[in-house]
Design a protein around this ligand. Structure first.
Ligand code: FMN
Length: 402
């Protein structure tokens, strides 16, 4: 611990030793793996979603596919996984033994039911087993169990209110968290329904239903399961901006604790999730790809950031970005222009090409092939800064006379 910084955070009445949690996923579908994650330093886990013993879970393989951009692999990860093949009878034993071996760590259990009795049964058994919280998957992109296959509970605010109310009613004192989907027209309405139900928090938000890509030889989308495919849940860095939008919209309008998930890759992402209103951050794709050991970098990075900001706790970050988010018509209209610093410019001409064909044709190449911005034509759109490979090479200024 550096100076007076403490990474611990409170959430739903629970004390986590840091905001870093493993999300419901293959990482948390085995008690030995969860034990390894706790040893590595993760504060808590959400065990992979379980169901009643009579529920048949039939998986199809392969289930993963990668969204690549150029040579960069797994900008996003698609999966056609379902809930765990391990039912409540096994998972309640895992909860008991994990709580016994790791009393200082937080063990959450995720559930999905087809009918009211299932939801109530699952929450009662897991609370009795000693789960620290119950997360309810209302948002699997393959759909929720029950009478409407393929449909998500999280897309119907009235159903969210009703089903979350049943679950909360069945729980004695264990916190109930509802995991919602970004794929709705109005996320605030859904979060408000969770709050109305009496549930303790929202988990925002699950993967995004996607078609991951098409094989140009076979015409089969990815992942190809013997010539057939299906829609995937997209996770990983590609969905982070969606998650930031979802968390911030909820935090600005509904007074309910938020655990963030969806696209967090490093400690910076966690800091951003906290800045828009989350209190804890769940990781799945990053540890699936790089292993549980990433927790060292997460802890060290966040701690150093807090020190650099003179803050004592991750809780001090929560919501600090929100006052900066305003409707578009409230944005300042003062005119700006950009200037290129020649001593930093590599003359790659990316800014010139982009401005010429995607901007306002404000960048000219001089005789010495250095680009120069014509401040009369520059509207300050900022495309040049985005395409420039050198940080700090292009600077923003107030336009002359403003
Ligand atoms: C292979 C895989 C399986 C998953 N299984 C579950 C699950 O059983 N229950 C659940 O609520 N979320 C499940 N998720 C979603 C993750 O918990 C997480 O919310 C999502 O992947 C977004 O976070 P990330 O971008 O850090 O991966 C799964 C994700 C992946 C990639």
């Amino acid at each position: 611990m550096a100076g007076d910084v403490r990474l611990s955070v409170g959430f739903c009445g629970l004390e986590f030793d840091s905001p870093f949690i493993l999300a419901a996923s293959p990482c948390t579908d085995d008690p030995d793996m969860v034990g390894d994650a706790f040893e590595a330093g993760w504060a808590g886990v959400v065990l992979k979603t379980t169901s009643v013993e009579t529920e048949e879970v039939s998986l199809a393989y392969p289930m993963m596919s990668s969204l690549d951009v150029g040579s960069e692999r797994i900008v996003g990860l698609g999966n056609i996984d379902l809930i765990s093949e391990h039912h409540i009878d096994e998972v309640e034993k895992w909860v008991k033994s994990l709580k016994c071996s790791f009393p200082g760590k937080i063990v959450g259990a995720s559930i999905m039911g087809a009918v009211r009795e299932d939801w109530e049964h699952l929450v009662r058994r897991l609370e009795k087993a000693g789960a620290d919280f119950i997360e309810c998957s209302f948002s699997c992109p393959q759909g929720t169990l029950g009478s409407k296959p393929g449909a998500m509970l999280a897309q119907d605010p009235d159903l969210v209110r009703r089903v979350a109310g049943w679950i909360k009613g069945a729980a004695q004192s264990v916190p109930v968290i509802i995991k919602i989907s970004p794929m709705v027209a109005d996320i605030v309405e859904v979060a408000q329904a969770v709050k109305d139900s009496g549930a303790d928090a929202v988990c925002a938000s699950n993967t995004v239903r996607s078609l991951m890509g098409i094989d140009l030889d076979t015409f089969c989308p990815n992942p190809c399961v013997r010539g057939k495919s299906s829609y995937s849940g997209l996770s990983g860095p590609a969905i982070k901006p969606i998650t930031l939008r979802v968390i911030s919209e909820i935090a600005r309008r509904v007074d309910i604790p938020i655990t963030g998930t969806g696209g967090a890759h490093d400690w910076r992402d966690a800091a951003e999730f906290l800045l828009v209103g989350a209190r804890t951050v769940q990781y799945c794709t990053a540890p699936m790809r790089h292993g549980f050991g990433i927790i060292d970098g997460l802890r060290e990075g966040l701690e150093a950031y807090l020190v650099s900001k003179g803050l004592a706790s991750p809780e001090d970050l929560v919501g600090l970005a929100l006052p900066h988010i305003v409707p578009h018509n409230e944005l300042p209209r003062r005119r700006i222009v950009f200037r290129i610093l020649e001593d930093q410019c590599k003359r790659c001409h990316r800014c010139h090409v982009a401005c010429h064909d995607g901007g306002h044709r404000a960048i000219k190449l001089k005789k010495d092939r250095y680009p120069e911005i014509d401040e009369e034509r520059c509207v300050g759109c900022g495309l040049c800064v985005q395409v420039c490979p050198v940080d700090g090479c292009i600077e923003m200024h107030d336009a002359r006379g403003t």
